[in-house]
Design a protein around this ligand. Structure first.
Ligand SMILES: Cc1cc2nc3c(=O)[nH]c(=O)nc-3n(C[C@H](O)[C@H](O)[C@H](O)COP(=O)(O)O)c2cc1C
Length: 379
């Protein structure tokens, strides 16, 4: 497998070129994908976070996207170990930004509200019901009023403004995987009959208003990245857009509101999204919006992400074969950035190892290492 890469004569150098977007300048195209570590007790950022993220920047990720962080809203949190992006955690985030910058990287905060998917037992304010576009499932849920919508949008914008003021280079809205913005997008979790439900132009309104408010409260050149996905939670065959026209109706209003980069979350980057073309979701996002896009999903790995507890997930072997396909797709202009998930947890310096063709030094993804201390992931 590694020989295939070494003898193919295909160069990955195209991925080590600079990228610019608004005030953002990146040295190459590799990005650390957002990954929850559940290691910040009391929602206070783990003190090892600055070193953990700085190591990925030093290892060649030009941009680090943080783990999902809770916006300042009482029922945003998935669990009690998700770091806040407000209050006492901000000093740690500021130190993290400094450490990443000192190692040549840029950093975005991933802003997260879980909506329906909040751990009821182990989270902040367990006595309060979760909020969501519609009451789905068995746990107590309050259907969001227009006032709730305004409050949550304000919380996202406050977190984004905080990110900018403590030196972050941009933010990513977690609008994927079935979390709050995605609960508005996807008809099975949005049964509303008001201006936030029904046709896609209504289902996208919550996220559009949020992006516009973030733009208003930050700066015209402050990069806003938006993560979206067709798949939801454990439902890997879910679809919000069945064809490019539906994708356009979903993403273009977000682009018009101020999104600069679309992070198209897929589990295998090489899988075509729609019939009749071999382009993936990131390719289509770029094509229909004209904005930059980022691809993700099993880059450098043999098999895709299985959603669930890290401690219960399987180890995954290294693959260098799919890198040839990655660079082909990149060179024909399908996407601008490449996100690395599990491979960067087990190999903080993966972009450097690959550039130096030190393929034998790459370690498989081992959930046992990931489940250990934060900074020591893949020590
Ligand atoms: C341990 C772990 C935690 C994750 N947490 C998040 C998260 O907080 N936010 C998010 O958008 N995606 C999250 N993801 C998904 C990754 O960002 C990425 O999209 C996924 O792992 C696919 O990339 P990979 O195949 O390179 O691992 C997580 C993945 C893993 C393995």
């Amino acid at each position: 497998m590694q020989d295939a890469m070494a003898t193919s004569g295909l160069s990955l150098e195209a991925l080590y070129t600079s990228f610019t977007c608004g005030s953002l300048r990146l040295a190459n195209r590799f990005v650390m994908s957002p990954m929850t570590r559940d290691m910040s007790p009391g929602n206070l950022l783990n003190p090892e976070a600055p070193a953990y993220y700085a190591r990925r920047a030093a290892g060649g990720c030009a941009l680090v996207v943080t783990e999902g962080t809770a916006i300042p809203h009482p029922v945003a949190h998935a669990t009690s170990t998700i770091p806040n992006f407000y209050g006492d955690s901000l000093a740690g985030w500021q130190e993290t930004a400094r450490a990443v910058h000192a190692n040549g990287g840029a950093i975005f905060a991933q802003l997260w509200h879980t909506g329906l998917y909040r751990s009821r037992e182990e989270t902040l304010n367990p006595q309060m019901p979760s909020i969501a576009p519609s009451a789905i499932g068995e746990a107590p849920v309050r259907v969001m009023t227009e006032e709730d919508i305004a409050d949550v949008i304000d919380a996202y914008a406050t977190a984004a403004a905080n990110a900018r003021s403590i030196g972050f280079d941009g933010i990513e809205i977690h609008g994927a995987h079935g979390y709050l913005p995605d609960q508005f997008f996807w008809p099975p979790t949005n049964k509303r009959a008001d201006r936030y439900g029904g046709p896609i132009e209504n289902r996208v309104r919550f996220a559009v208003e949020m992006v516009a408010e973030i733009r208003r409260r930050t700066a015209p050149d402050f990069p806003i990245m938006f993560r979206f996905s067709q798949w939801k939670g454990l439902k890997f065959d879910a679809k919000v857009a069945r064809d490019p026209t539906e994708l356009e109706a979903w993403l273009c209003p977000l682009a018009d509101a101020g999104v600069d980069i679309f992070d198209a979350s897929t589990r295998r980057f090489w899988v075509p999204e729609f019939e009749g073309s071999d382009m993936n979701l990131a390719g289509w996002a770029k094509r229909v919006t004209g904005k930059a896009s980022m691809t993700v999903g099993s880059v450098g790995l043999e098999s895709p992400l299985h959603v669930g507890k890290v401690s219960e997930s399987n180890g995954v072997e290294v693959s260098t074969e799919n890198l040839s396909r990655l660079v082909q797709m990149f060179e024909r202009g399908d996407f601008d950035l490449v996100a690395l998930g599990r491979i960067i947890l087990s190999n903080p310096d993966w972009p450097t190892l690959v550039r130096q063709e030190r393929f034998d030094a790459i370690r498989p993804y081992d959930p046992a290492i990931v489940a250990a201390r934060l900074e020591c992931a893949a020590a």
